[in-house]
Design a protein around this ligand. Structure first.
Ligand SMILES: [Mn+2]
Length: 363
């Protein structure tokens, strides 16, 4: 079985892109989905899951990858209440299994999910992309949260990991995390995974942690999955075939010294899900997201694809963020999740992959 191409879809009424649009992109087998109205810690109920899976399968896809089932802050902080939230997480895994789900993507980042200073930054060719201005994300978490949340208010759009209910309690959250050192966060992470592994074996669902984005501490909050060394530590910490990675090339390569292809070669068997995103770096430390074409950034997209191909890798893959093209602008597109650039990214990846297949056949 070759790699399986996926496309992230936010669900009916929550995404302007229709499943019938995605159907016209060659090679997509898997819709990467979630119940986006669920708060971290809530159980996903079978009837809610069924409703989305029915839409996905009716459109000719499978719904084998969920991104994300978010982890409640109390689990990351290690509060006594974590037990009940882990029980809920386990129940959600059990509820997803009968619907054919194979991989759950999640992250273990304190408070903030992905972080950017500009969601619609001009790339220079008329398109826009997510942008990280280093000096804007240093001191004041509220400024950044307010900026991201301003899109929520203006366009009636919520972002995963940026739930208004959580962001309203930012001070309280920072206070709760104040004693959570990096080592404590690692320990809480291990505790969580060790409780999940038996149910993963039982249900056949792999837990695939997303890399921290960007891969460094922000606002004094520790971040764990940032480089090759921390990935080694993570995989050894819970050395189980169901404890896997969502290897996000763009998250890791925000630090340009991270060699994503080398990580693929070392750990292909533990990568359940691949995100392909290209990053363009600037000398002052800022970076912009870029098209998937290798030469448009420094991430090494072709080397990464070759590493997966050489490994005979059979996991799920998707274009990660794309630029906003043509008529895609604030108000009609989810930042990073337009239709066009992600479709172009898929064609780029499939082009490279098909050629590698042909070369391998000819040998
Ligand atoms: Mn990603």
């Amino acid at each position: 079985m070759p790699m399986q191409m996926g496309f992230r879809w936010y669900g009916e009424g929550n995404d302007k892109i229709k499943l019938s649009d995605i159907r016209q992109i060659p090679g997509v087998s898997t819709i990467v989905w979630a119940l986006h109205d669920k708060m971290p810690g809530e159980i996903w109920q079978p009837e809610e899951i069924k409703k989305v899976i029915d839409q996905i399968t009716a459109a000719g896809f499978n719904g084998e990858v969920v991104e994300s089932v978010n982890v409640h802050d109390d689990i990351k902080i290690g509060l006594p209440t974590r037990g009940a939230y882990i029980d809920n997480y386990i129940q959600t895994i059990r509820n997803l299994a009968p619907f054919g789900v194979k991989v759950i993507c999640y992250n273990f980042m304190p408070i903030f999910d992905w972080t950017r200073s500009d969601l619609f930054h001009p790339v220079g060719d008329g398109s826009t992309a997510l942008y990280y201005q280093k000096d804007m994300i240093q001191d004041d978490p509220k400024q950044m949260a307010d900026y991201v949340m301003s899109f929520t208010e203006k366009y009636h759009m919520t972002f995963p990991g940026w739930e208004p209910e959580r962001m309203a309690k930012l001070d309280e959250l920072f206070e709760k995390y104040k004693d959570v050192t990096k080592e404590k966060l690692w320990a809480n992470f291990k505790y969580f995974l060790e409780r999940l592994m038996p149910v993963c074996h039982e249900t056949g669902i792999k837990m695939a942690v997303h890399m921290d984005d960007p891969p460094w501490d922000i606002f004094g909050l520790p971040r764990l999955l940032i480089d090759a060394e921390s990935i080694d530590r993570f995989l050894q910490m819970v050395d189980d075939p169901y404890n896997c990675l969502t290897l996000c090339s763009g998250s890791l390569n925000a630090n340009s010294s991270n060699d994503v292809a080398a990580i693929v070669r070392k750990h292909a068997d533990r990568i359940a899900f691949a995100h392909i995103r290209n990053v363009k770096h600037f000398p002052n430390g800022d970076f912009s997201e870029a098209s998937h074409r290798d030469c448009d950034g420094e991430t090494g997209i072709l080397d990464i694809l070759r590493a997966y191909h050489d490994a005979g890798w059979e996991g799920y893959i998707r274009p990660d963020h794309g630029r906003h093209l043509w008529d895609e602008k604030p108000g009609n597109v989810r930042p990073g999740y337009g239709l066009y650039d992600r479709a172009l990214g898929i064609m780029y990846m499939l082009g490279a992959w098909d050629l590698m297949d042909k070369e391998a056949e000819a040998k």
